[in-house]
Design a protein around this ligand. Structure first.
Ligand SMILES: [Mn+2]
Length: 322
């Protein structure tokens, strides 16, 4: 973390009166957890005019459980001087109605490898498990009061647990466990995990019917799952990750006029794949939007995957090309 960015952020927190906190579209627990953690943190600086903005964030079940009384604003208030954008790789993904950057100072904290560095103050580290993990370090460095962690722990843990897939993916590190040890003094970790992983299907029939909507591609190496709701998608991604022969999964959610696609892979760089479609994210998990029919999406993915897989096989080949 660059000290100059931290110093700039510190003076901003002293000088500015009103802040808007916003994440990415289709917000996940890391995104909302980091917004709520930052909002709480600003209270230590006596900032009362802080607004949590999310055009889409209040619908999830876990959101209702974590912050039942919070009602996000759909747009950034015009008088707001500074916008803090969290867990969001580029400006086109900001989850606020009619968002324009002009005349606002933008602070960006993020861990996506595809981050474009758009903030006036940008603290971005793709080696970190989550935005919440980066925030923990920022808050430690700025530490306004002795017991600052008490009311913030819940929100930071939410992001770390979710983005490490319950401490199971490559984001997990010694640092993550050290942070969790500190957070665990104030929260009940198992309870948070339960909130995030509760069963999302009403019946076995519903679950099986869901799989029939999916399509195997690349001779079984890839699988596209079509889902109807946000709550279904993580569950299918997790389940498909257990199938040995599948290298890459794409979960596609139907939106009004496009598909919201999320990619996961055990060995391939899906950030590069998502970039072919104008998206991005992380090496093992990324996302993109696709406009077109179901068949077009399958075709596009199949040819995109072919390119991506062949390229990485070429790299790994030990036989020199003649
Ligand atoms: Mn994240």
């Amino acid at each position: 973390m660059k000290k100059t960015q931290l110093v700039k952020l510190h003076s901003l927190l002293i000088e500015v009166k009103s802040f808007a906190l916003v994440g990415h579209v289709s917000p996940d627990p890391d995104c909302i957890g980091s917004c709520l953690a930052f909002k709480k943190f600003l209270e230590f600086y006596g900032k009362k005019r802080t607004f949590f903005v999310s055009a889409t964030g209040s619908k999830s079940k876990w959101f209702e459980k974590i912050a039942p009384r919070l009602r996000p604003l759909p747009a950034i208030p015009t008088k707001c001087e500074t916008v803090i954008i969290l867990d969001c790789a580029d400006l086109s993904r900001v989850d606020a109605k009619d968002f324009k950057v002009s005349q606002k100072t933008v602070v960006n904290v993020d861990h996506h490898i595809s981050n474009t560095g758009y903030g006036d103050i940008s603290i971005v580290d793709a080696r970190r498990s989550s935005t919440c993990e980066i925030l923990f370090d920022i808050f430690c460095a700025l530490r306004p009061e002795k017991d600052w962690l008490k009311n913030i722990s819940k929100y930071l843990a939410l992001g770390i647990i979710f983005d490490t897939n319950n401490f199971r993916n490559q984001g997990v590190s010694e640092r993550v466990f050290n942070i969790m040890a500190k957070l665990s003094k104030h929260i009940h970790i198992q309870r948070l995990i339960k909130v995030l992983t509760e069963i999302k299907f009403y019946s076995l029939q519903e679950f099986c019917r869901g799989f029939l909507r999916g399509k195997t591609i690349m001779d079984g190496k890839g699988f596209i799952q079509f889902v109807n709701s946000d709550t279904e998608s993580d569950w299918y991604s997790d389940f498909l990750g257990l199938v040995k022969e599948i290298d890459i999964t794409c979960v596609a959610k139907r939106r009004s006029n496009f598909w919201q696609c999320s990619l996961r892979s055990k060995k391939h760089d899906v950030n590069k794949l998502a970039r072919q479609f104008g998206g991005g994210g992380h090496k093992r998990a990324s996302a993109f939007k696709f406009v077109g029919s179901r068949t077009k999406l399958i075709q596009a993915l199949e040819s995109g995957l072919k390119k991506a897989i062949n390229k990485s096989l070429e790299k790994k080949s030990l036989i020199p090309k003649s």
